[in-house]
Design a protein around this ligand. Structure first.
Ligand SMILES: NC(=O)c1ccc[n+]([C@@H]2O[C@H](COP(=O)([O-])OP(=O)(O)OC[C@H]3O[C@@H](n4cnc5c(N)ncnc54)[C@H](OP(=O)(O)O)[C@@H]3O)[C@@H](O)[C@H]2O)c1
Length: 222
């Protein structure tokens, strides 16, 4: 039986003043060079970076580190039916430094599991439902030695973690734009809480600003 310990989760994102993490057409260009540097610094301090399938399909990120020396970490992608393209950077870019785990469900097609397996991607199944069960996943990752995760979204994956009260720390860079758009992805999507008092509450631990960017750090209220 798996233990009930779970990794410490740090949610990191750059958003516009109005809380969007991309424009309505999916333009993700919110961070400036300084912000990327501080995100990459954070990446040096964790055992894994986690993203949702939507971010892989829209942005095709490498999820690597550019500005610092480091030993690497896991890239963890949540993809319930194993439908990201096999050509994705997360599969092909420096797998020896950043081994990739795709977390899927019991419903994932066997031929896809074989296809990704041939690229040395590790497949973990978590849950029998339509989507990956993030609660069930936590002790599985912990038992693999993943004790700290940088959760880099997008908005739908962020909601799954917020809904299950799994986010321990938040690091948000607010960038100087108001982009609007009901179809532009917000920091946290999903159905949301009905009441403030039901939702997880955080304590502000740091604020810094430079060049019209504000960075906010929050920690979960004990
Ligand atoms: N500014 C920033 O810091 C930042 C950071 C990251 C992303 N982004 C932006 O965010 C956008 C993508 O966000 P998104 O909300 O569309 O996609 P997302 O959160 O990256 O991925 C959501 C997808 O992940 C899969 N998934 C599997 N298990 C899940 C679970 N338990 N909970 C939620 N999702 C699960 C689902 O697809 P299946 O059901 O098929 O598995 C779901 O549609 C992009 O435009 C990207 O540029 C911005």
């Amino acid at each position: 039986m798996k233990g009930n310990k779970r990794p410490y989760i740090i949610l990191s994102a750059a958003m516009t003043i109005d809380g969007k993490i991309a424009s309505k057409t999916g333009d993700p260009d919110i961070s400036d060079e300084e912000d990327w540097k501080s995100v990459h610094k954070l990446r040096t301090e964790v055992d894994a970076i986690m993203v949702g399938k939507g971010s892989i399909i829209l942005d095709n990120p490498k999820l690597h580190i550019k500005y610092y020396d480091h030993k690497g970490y896991y890239r963890v992608v949540l993809d319930s039916n194993l439908s990201i393209p096999i050509e994705s950077n997360v599969v092909n870019y420096k797998p020896e430094t950043y081994p990739t785990i795709i977390v899927t469900t019991e419903n994932a097609p066997v031929d896809k599991i074989r296809e990704f397996g041939s690229k040395n991607v590790e497949i973990i199944k978590s849950g029998k439902g339509r989507r990956v069960d993030v609660v069930e996943l936590m002790p599985i990752l912990y038992d693999k030695g993943i004790k700290r995760i940088l959760l880099e979204g997008g908005g739908n994956l962020n909601w799954s973690f917020i809904k299950n009260n799994l986010v321990d720390e938040i690091r948000i860079a607010i960038a100087p734009w108001m982009v609007g758009g009901k179809d532009a992805v917000s920091l946290v999507e999903g159905e949301g809480y009905a009441k403030m008092l039901e939702s997880p509450r955080y304590c502000l631990s740091n604020v810094s600003s430079r060049n019209n960017y504000v960075t906010l750090n929050y920690k979960k209220e004990k």
